[in-house]
Ligand binder design. Structure first.
Ligand code: ADP
Ligand code: ZN
Length: 518
């Protein structure tokens, strides 16, 4: 089976002339029965990576997808292309399900979408064993990782696929790229020496900007007036907020609707449909909105509140500008939001409080960025972007900097001296020469860099370290107690005299950040 056959399928069924560069390599690997992990931003074209091989190979491809609503859309879209596809989930009657199962057994289908619940349900395993399987595709594969932002416990049982069907290749796909999630996916799915494909997450057509969360409604109205008729999404933290914001916008004469998971499925489907057809211009929504929505002309995304982490944020703004045309992402930032997110996370409903808190801090650092926001985002996702983007608010209006090279050298050499075993707070204590119990017990008061930064106050150090972290001069090991680690950039500062510009710390007096509750 050659890529030639795949190209014919691409043309005959989907009407496209060529693969995007990475799609072709991915499909070739899948056709060679290799396990594959695909990290590609939303809109990158992940679906074809398993749909085309499913059609090239004889047999049936089973697609595991956590989103029932999405499943239906995908299957309907495939049918329009003339592809024999069905889905199985709990919304169907047992008679309907039986018919579909029979069609699979009769070899009448090429793709079968199933929810993880269905896949793991009693009897399904025996059914699978009777099918001529050609591929398992695990969509939204980051759901398997408790490091990720969308953990689904049932995903962790999917390892049985590789255990029970070692001869069937697995392709795992996600738009979440951080390193820990990636490792988790490989390990938990028991992928065999997988080929990993990471496409660039850069979305250069989206203008990034952050504004203080004051007079948000007024700012939004101004924004809307400057973007007449352009479709967009406003993400809010709570369901109530989506409703009241939509009401305010409607009262102001705007064509707005709201969407959240508390609404009946039918209502949600119609709202989504109206937005897709441009019958509704503005959707005020919780993060429940947008997963898998294929609307290419979303011109802007506003975050009314600070999101919980950069993974979620990037996925949400990624819904803008999928057609490649100029688009905007506007984030409102306030300490009040940080405080309420903190107490939400503290209640611990999401588990892993420390991890969630650290991710929130990274989100906050992004909002407080002092240099190119895109560089910060890409850095976070493990990509290096050498030049500032010129398409974010900071690049357009850069703040004045001073030469912070010496400060950076002090910090980085302290990280070396504590053998990369200190957290950010401990490192500041070392730099400032604080003789507290924890420092003394570890013997950090004896190391060479102890106290070299005593003249810089704690909060100021914290701010500079955040700036350095944003610049990718060192890293936080989430899986090693949040200890600070050096990387190749650190070496450049320590040994190659790389200059480190920093923005002078300005203590914020207006509203103090809320203390972390205990
Ligand atoms: P993802 O799942 O990564 O978010 P999709 O698979 O939904 O992305 O693809 C996004 C859009 O790009 C779809 O409209 C799809 O039809 C289009 N697309 C994907 N691959 C190609 C291609 N090779 N040529 C043209 N359009 C493509
Ligand atoms: Zn920039």
């Amino acid at each position: 089976m050659t890529i030639q056959a795949a190209k014919h399928i691409l043309k005959d069924y989907f009407g496209y002339d060529s693969f995007r560069p990475m799609q072709q390599d991915i499909i070739e690997s899948v056709l060679q029965n290799q396990d594959v992990l695909v990290l590609m931003p939303t809109g990158g074209g992940k679906s074809l990576c398993y749909q085309v091989p499913a059609l090239v190979k004889p047999g049936l491809c089973v697609v595991v997808s956590p989103l029932i609503a999405l499943m239906k859309d995908q299957v309907e879209a495939l049918r329009e292309y003339g592809v024999k596809a069905e889905y199985l989930n709990s919304t169907q009657s047992s008679r309907e399900q039986e018919q579909i199962e029979n069609a699979c057994l009769a070899g009448e289908l090429k793709l079968l979408y199933v929810s993880p619940e269905k896949l793991l349900s009693a009897g399904f395993f025996n059914f699978l064993k009777r099918l001529p399987l050609n591929l398992f595709a695990i969509d939204e594969a980051h759901c398997i990782s408790s490091w990720g932002h969308d953990f689904r416990p049932e995903y962790t049982q999917l390892k049985f696929l590789k255990e029970q069907f070692p001869e069937v290749p697995v392709i795992a796909l996600t738009a979440t790229a951080d390193k820990l999630t990636r490792q988790d996916i490989q390990q938990q799915l028991k992928l065999e020496d997988p080929k990993v494909f990471i496409s660039s997450f850069d979305r250069p057509n989206i203008y990034l900007q952050v504004k203080p969360g004051r007079d948000r409604i007024k700012q939004i109205l101004n924004f809307l007036d400057a973007h007449p008729g352009q479709p967009g999404i406003i993400y809010c933290l709570s369901r109530n907020a989506t409703e009241s914001l939509a009401a305010k916008l409607q009262a102001g004469g705007y064509n707005a609707a709201y969407y959240h998971a508390g609404l009946p499925a039918e209502r949600r489907a119609t709202t989504q449909e109206k937005f897709l057809r441009d019958d509704v211009q503005i959707i005020c929504a919780t993060i429940a909105f947008g997963m898998g929505i294929d609307k290419s002309n979303v011109r802007w995304v506003i975050h009314y509140n600070l999101p919980k982490n950069l993974e979620g944020y990037y996925q949400e703004i990624g819904r803008a500008g999928r057609d490649g045309a100029r688009s905007e992402a506007l984030l409102f930032y306030s300490y009040a939001d940080v405080a309420s997110l903190r107490s939400m996370l503290m209640e611990g409903k999401e588990g892993q409080v420390d991890l969630q808190m650290t991710k929130l801090e990274r989100m906050q650092q992004y909002a407080e960025a002092t240099f190119c926001r895109r560089q910060i985002l890409l850095q976070y996702f493990g990509e290096t972007k050498a030049e500032p983007c010129r398409n974010c608010d900071i690049c357009r209006n850069p703040p004045a900097t001073f030469d912070g090279t010496l400060l950076a050298q002090k910090a980085l050499s302290a990280i070396t001296r504590v053998k990369e075993k200190a957290t950010l707070g401990t490192l500041i204590d070392v730099l400032r020469g604080s003789r507290n119990q924890s420092i003394l017990s570890k013997g950090y008061d004896k190391i060479k860099t102890f106290g070299v930064g005593h003249d810089v106050p704690f909060l100021e150090w914290q701010n500079y370290l955040h700036q350095m972290l944003n610049a990718g001069l060192f890293e936080i090991a989430y899986d090693e107690g949040y200890t600070l680690k050096l990387n190749p950039n650190s070496e450049k500062v320590l040994f190659e005299h790389k200059k480190v510009p920093l923005v002078k710390f300005q203590p914020i007096t207006a509203a103090a950040p809320a203390e972390r509750a205990v």
